[in-house]
Design a protein around this ligand. Sequence first.
Ligand SMILES: C[S@@+](CC[C@H](N)C(=O)[O-])C[C@H]1O[C@@H](n2cnc3c(N)ncnc32)[C@H](O)[C@@H]1O
Length: 200
Amino acid sequence: MVEIGYKGKIFKIGASVYEPAEDTFLLADNLDARSGERVLEIGTGCGLLAILAAKAGAWVVATDINQAALECARVNAHAHGVANRIDFRLGNLFEPVAERFDFVIFNPPYLPIEPREAFGTPLDLAWEAGPDGRVVIDRFLNELSEYLTPNGHALFVQSSLTNVEKTIRALGANGLRVEVVARRKLSFEELFILRAGASF
Ligand SMILES: C[S@@+](CC[C@H](N)C(=O)[O-])C[C@H]1O[C@@H](n2cnc3c(N)ncnc32)[C@H](O)[C@@H]1O
């Protein structure tokens, strides 16, 4: 069990759970969840982002396809005193939810990888995202508007490895506006935080 810190808060990371990294922290730095909002985090991992949203006073549904991640996130939510504000659900993208949300958060898998090179373990699914790195994000973009309230918005990570322009075009095709909230150059990629919604 590893522990990481973010702005003075400690989070435990189980063996098969994504360890928060630059992408997590860039999203966390720009997370503007508000008190009373209904928030969905897809792919919560150790729960760091969901917990920050809950600490801001939001009501959160946090999902993951990795059962070990949900168990880890539950432990962290208890430790931070917000377990009663987070509903943890197992499942693929929007499958575990039927309701609409004011705010959707997602740090998706985006590493381009050929199927023959993929491992597909629960931990590998945190970053493996098909030959063009878009297998998960394209489904997310196509379904997102069905799960947003009229003034709802999403905040999510994209990488220069996976064609950010294509993401912006896909959002437009689904009737959503988009803005680049933050970007950060790393050694082998540039990370972007995008906001999307019908009106924000
Ligand atoms: C890059 S990690 C991010 C984890 C955490 N949100 C963070 O920022 O540290 C991606 C997470 O999404 C989960 N995931 C991958 N594909 C998913 C899918 N189709 N539906 C739901 N969760 C998924 C992974 O198990 C992993 O926990």
